[in-house]
Design a protein around this ligand. Sequence first.
Ligand code: FEO
Length: 394
Amino acid sequence: MDLRSMTERVTLLGAVDWHRRLFDSLIPLPEGTSYNAYLVRGSEKTALLDTVDPVMSDVLLTQLSSVPRVDYVVAQHAEQDHSGALLQVLERYPQARVVATPKGKGMLVDLLHLDADRVDVVVDGDRISLGDRTLEFIYTPWVHWPETMLTYLVEEKTVFTCDLFGSHYATSDIAVGDNTQAPAVVRAAKRYYAEIMMPFRKPLTRHMERLSAYEIARIAPSHGPVWDRPALILDAYAEWVSGPPHNSAVIPFVSMHGSTRALVERLVADLTTRGVRVHPFDLTVTDLGDLAMALVDAATVVIGSPTVLGGAHPQAAYAASLANALRPKALYASVVGSYGWAAGAPKALVAAMPALRLEILDPVLVQGKPRAADFDAIAVLAETIAHKQQALEL
Ligand code: FEO
């Protein structure tokens, strides 16, 4: 890959990982990803912002073979997909200083065994002059770890955001642009937000407010293309982070012999006729990223699970655990499911979501195969959900 110029003084380096399909041994990557690093050349000094995942360090080092001097390596985030090539870069440039937050310094030392003496610590608002270019550091904890910071290139009104506003989206384009790929990148960014950023909505609200004070011409994340129309992603985040929940219900379910599935199918139909947008997910075939994305906006979560060995089906328990970890803005929850001789699934599933402030709606539990009265109970649940969501004036 050649060096790709964003502006006269800013170059996009890093690697596009076209074929990676799993991140953190957890997150599906249907469209690959990229690890962006940025080279900023001032009239006096040169800074490299972030590095790449260690599996692609050779790509970055090859790119840097035409860069004679790097004075600063800004480690905006210590996670290895951005810091993984740091030691090799420092070996290439023995005079270079690492720039990190105080927490970032400690994490880089722990994670990489980086020599602490090579780190210059910066705090919120600190600036480094590169001559005719200036880097200002904005401390933004929890996007995505507690040490994370952004970097504002003052003269170019560019903010480098590492994970924040990122997308797992492999492309050969530098920027999103105004072409036909923009909706696909926004969708990838929503998936990314759901999987990585949604648990941190509270700090995100503060960070968004702070960023509104900056004049921003472009947003350069370390995953996915650059946002050359910042409003595209800023407006989307404002809605995802702070907008009201939508009139929609997410229904992750698993069924062993068809009874729970029958309840879910009736619930889907009954909610649909009442004007509630429904997102059912058969957990045996679901991409968890799609489920996470649906959780971004939904007002209600209904989990469909049979009772297995006195508790929830493990697939349903996993979905509840995931929802609890991602902390969506949902307000209501319920459980529907069939059981043979004991009905333990609802209690187990509700207990698995302690972090969510949910109003629990009466579950619908059926012994064996659903009868007419059970479908009537599903209709009541659908009516309750529709009524509550309409009352929110969604
Ligand atoms: Fe892309 Fe939190 O690392």
